[in-house]
Design a protein around this ligand. Sequence first.
Ligand SMILES: *Cc1c(COP(=O)(O)O)cnc(C)c1O
Length: 386
Amino acid sequence: MKKFETEAIRTQTERSQFLEHSTPMYLTSSFVFEDAEDMRASFAEEKERNIYSRYSNPTSNEFIEKICKMEGAESGFAFASGMAAVFSTLAALVDTGDHILSARSIFGSTHTLFTKFLPKWGVTSSYFPIDDLDAAEKMITSKTKIIYAESPTNPGVDVLDLEKLGEIAKKHKLIFIVDNCFASPYLQQPIKFGADLVIHSGTKLMDGQGRVLAGVTVGSADLVDKVYRFARITGPALSPFNAWVLTKSLETLAIRVDRHCENALKLAEFLEGHPKVSWVKYPFLKSHPMYTVAKKQMKAGGSIVAFEVKGGLKAGKKFFDSIKMLSLSANLGDSRSIVTHPASTTHSKLSVEDRLESGITDGSVRVSVGLEHIDDIIADIEQALG
Ligand SMILES: *Cc1c(COP(=O)(O)O)cnc(C)c1O
C-alpha cells in the first residue's frame, strides 16, 4: 500500500489494447463472451469478469478500488447516489423484525428512510443521543442488528466517538455502519475504529465540483457481498460516465480537501469573534464540545462550518437575502462555497422537536466552504452579517 495521494492517482483497473494513460470510459451496458463455456462459467461466477454493467463495469471498478484502498476496505459497490447506497446497504442486511440503533443527528433523507419507509417492512429504529454512548449501549435490544452513525453530522457538525461506538458494536456483535460523507476518506477512515461498512455520497467532496450524483459502500467482503447480491438484482448501479468523472476527481481529493479545511478553519475563527453570531461549530475549533475526539479521529476539521445568526428566523432570512457571491444551494463539498438554511430545506421534513434535538435552530446556517480565495468568502459573509 502506497501513500493515500499516490493510490488515489495510481490505482487503475483494465486498460484496453490502446494502453490509455488516463482512465478510459467504458460506456457499455454489457460485455461479450468467447464461447458457450465462457458464458456458462461467467454466469456461474467461476471466473471474475464483467458481464453486465448493472453488476460491474471496469470504469466503476476503478472508482470502487480507489475507495477501498483509501478506506482500508476489502471490497465495495458503487451506486447512482448516496441515498441509493444507504438504502441498498440497509435493505440488503435487515430482515423483518430487525431494529436499527442510529445516532440522532443524521442526514434528512436517511431519517425519512428510517421513520417512514423501513417500518413498511417491519424494520424499526431508534435514535441514541450522540453525546451519551453509555445511554446508546443501554438501548440495544435482542432485535438490534445495526448501529448507524455519521461523523461529523449533517448539518450540526457534531462529532461522534467512532472508536467507542466500534467497541460497543463489537461487544454486542452488531454491524457498525458509518456514513463518512462529511469527512471523506482523506480525513477519516472509520474501519480503523471498528466500522464494518462505510457509506459515502460521492456527490459531495469526492466529485467536489457539483457535477454528478454517486454513492459507494465499502467494507468487509462478506457484508459487501450481501449488498452486491441485493444491488445487482434491484439495479441502483452507478453509471460508468459518472464513475469516470469520480475516478478522475479522486486524483485531486487530498489537495482539494486540504484547502477546503484550511479555508473552513479560517472562516470558523472569523465567525467565532463576530458580534452578530451566537455560536459557531467546527470540529477543529477548541470550543467544539468534541474537539479532542475530532483531533483523535480526523486529519483536519472538514469543509463544513455551522453557525447561528443572532435574531432568529427574521435575521436568518435577511442574512441569506444579503449573500452576494456564495451560492444558496443544497449541495456541499463543492469548489464553490454554498450557504444552506437547514430548517427550511434539507431538514424541513423533520418535526420542530426532532429538528431542535438535532441542533437545528431557525437561525442555523450551514456553510460548505469552497475553494475560492478565503478573503472573498469571508468578505461576502461579513457584508451579509452586516
Ligand atoms: C448528501 C448526503 C447523503 C445522500 O447523498 P446523495 O448523493 O445526495 O444521494 C447521505 N449522507 C450524507 C451525510 C450526505 O451529506
